[in-house]
Design a protein around this ligand. Sequence first.
Ligand SMILES: CCCCCCC[C@@H](O)CC(=O)SCCNC(=O)CCNC(=O)[C@H](O)C(C)(C)COP(=O)(O)OP(=O)(O)OC[C@H]1O[C@@H](n2cnc3c(N)ncnc32)[C@H](O)[C@@H]1OP(=O)(O)O
Length: 735
Amino acid sequence: MSLSFEGRVVLVTGAGGGLGREYALAFAERGASVIVNDLGADTKGGGKSSAAADKVVEEIRAKGGKAVANYDSVEDGEKLIQTALDSFGRIDVLVNNAGILRDRSFARTSDLDWDLIQRVHLRGSFLVTRAAWNHMKNQKFGRIIMTTSAAGIYGNFGQANYSAAKLGLLGLANTLAIEGRKYNVYCNTIAPVAGSRLTETVMPPDVVAALKAEYVAPLVLWLCHEDCQENGGLFEVGAGWIGKLRWERTKGHTVRQKNKAMSPEAVRDHWDKICDFTAATRPSGIQESLQSIMTVLSQVESDEVGANPTASAAATGGSAINPALAVGQKVSTSLFTFNHTQCILYALGVGMSTKDPDHLRFLYENHPDFGCLPTFGVIASQAVLMEGGLSSVPGLGIDFTQVLHGEQYLELYKPLPTSGTLRSEATVADVLDKGSGAVLLLDVNTYNGDELLCFNQFSVFVVGAGGFGGKRTSDRVKAAVPPPNRAPDAVVIDSTTRDQAALYRLSGDWNPLHIDPSFAAMGGFKQPILHGLCSFGFAARHVLKQFAGNDPSRFKAIKARFAKPVLPGQSLQTEMWKEGNRVHLQCKVKETDVVVLAGAYVDLHGESDAPLENLPQGGGLQSELVFAEIGRRIESLGSELVRKVNAVFGWEITKDGKTAAQWTIDLKSGSGSLHRGAGGGKADVTFTVSDQDFMEVVQGKLNPQKAFFSGKLKIRGNIMLSQKLEVILKDYAKL
Ligand SMILES: CCCCCCC[C@@H](O)CC(=O)SCCNC(=O)CCNC(=O)[C@H](O)C(C)(C)COP(=O)(O)OP(=O)(O)OC[C@H]1O[C@@H](n2cnc3c(N)ncnc32)[C@H](O)[C@@H]1OP(=O)(O)O
């Protein structure tokens, strides 16, 4: 779809030539009504003429576009915006482009040289933008471009006045981006390099000719389009290339010590550390920027830190964790959009292969049973932690080179969809002091719309950040459970490949620890190690295949501790013990016999006494469960409804001379059991369905099977069925 500006009103300042003209023509060509502003001054700001703006307006109109000219100075911002309102009734896009030069070496810069440049660039952009601001806010749409320059970003000899004004525009844009965000008024800044009246004085003519303005305009158009959600960005652009800039900050070093004066000598002595970009971070906002400073403040001042060498060390370089500040804090919400591609990529990442025909249902989107591996549930949820969310939580000054995944718990409340947008909300549930490290417990709820889809608890082990005198255990932990003391019931051996981590990271865990040898070395590893969640995925699918016929709907929950690292290329030996619906497991690296996943288990739904292949297929069972729910609800809804329900379904269902199942409903627990004759079969289940969906089932508007398959009806609990009952259920399915 091409980007249209039909119905949009665009003001471009300084549009009589160069870049401004190019923007005006490009917007008009895509349907915008354009105000072509140009004072008609020379490059130093002298003179005045309407010719430049008129010519561009004529060009636009000749091509069938809509444009009007405006000849006011940007210092008369209101007049420019009034022209837009008078001519087209609104203002949607403002490109602050007008500018002049008065280059002088700093020593020779006069007051006039300084003031004129500030007035046209900085004050002019301020005045025009302020005039447009409320119109944009009120209509809940606006796109603003500020034009900075490499001279402002990096400095340039002879341009002190211009550099100052140009970087001032970036500061202005940064704050407008924050103030405008909630009104859908976005502001971005560009630093273009193009041949223009301003650059022809400093560049050779052939370069000026080659750096065409048409190589810059497409970026401006995209940033100003309603589809573009970029806000507060800074871009360098020229010659057809576009790059984004951001701030980077060294990990820094705390040179102050409790109860001691801070000295310039201490600064001198730690200068290398202060300036060392090895473990740099990229603060994306003022809160993130201040966060580390606030953390250091509390660390240095607290007695706890003063008395404790480990935490002190953390405050002066490594992680600085303060549970008092961190526990209970929410991590910013994140959205995760995916489709079958991500599901398949994840399945490949945890070692699935077309070599095994059973794996095809997770690798081929047109397979009749195509589905998502249950452990994909960690992927949507981890996004909230991966996207830098943790670094903005107060009290969590973490040295990310020291972070290891410690444990993971995942519980699914319904099978995962194979596409959609999921929302995750994370909370710091607790922080534990394990001596050799700190453990962060991060609880993440993931929703599909309003529906809670899964819960994850990430345990993050921050090596070297312990010893701060905190508690060692927490009732918030989803505990690991050791396996039974007997030989395993099943063992599966599976190889990871040399590129396992390189493949797995494409699912969203971009931690360099798993691919970058120098980053791994900072964490004390000889080579990059495998993601904990990759081995976790291997083990979970071993259980799913061995004990649940590869049926993702049988999966309920999984817990594992990452006891030791795994190297890509090593083989995993999964040992499994079945105890009711729980399958205990541990994984060893086969080559070394070292346990790498410990205290792990998978909980399954719906274990059957009968072999799996004998379980009823299709809708019979599901229909019965809906009936049971109806039975439970009608008690509270009154006799009229009872009559209607009986009329719709018929309570005594018989077919081929067989008697109906008998229902026992426990109103208090919401559970029901289904009996067929004397000991013929039994199903113990709990049901949930919304009132509205329930009524639709009762009224015959919603097919119970559809309700189940679309996830509107949820069934949890153990289902025990004899083969005899299966026959009855199949009969019902045919009704
Ligand atoms: C942004 C965040 C989101 C997601 C983060 C994850 C991002 C990923 O990219 C990172 C990864 O995938 S890293 C790879 C997977 N993880 C690993 O390989 C870690 C392996 N484990 C170890 O090396 C050690 O257990 C080790 C080093 C962790 C601990 O070993 P030791 O220091 O020797 O500890 P030990 O003496 O055995 O025990 C001390 C106390 O700590 C508890 N403990 C041990 N291992 C733990 C673990 N894995 N998780 C949680 N707690 C653990 C012990 O129980 C003990 O406490 P207590 O005495 O109270 O029982």
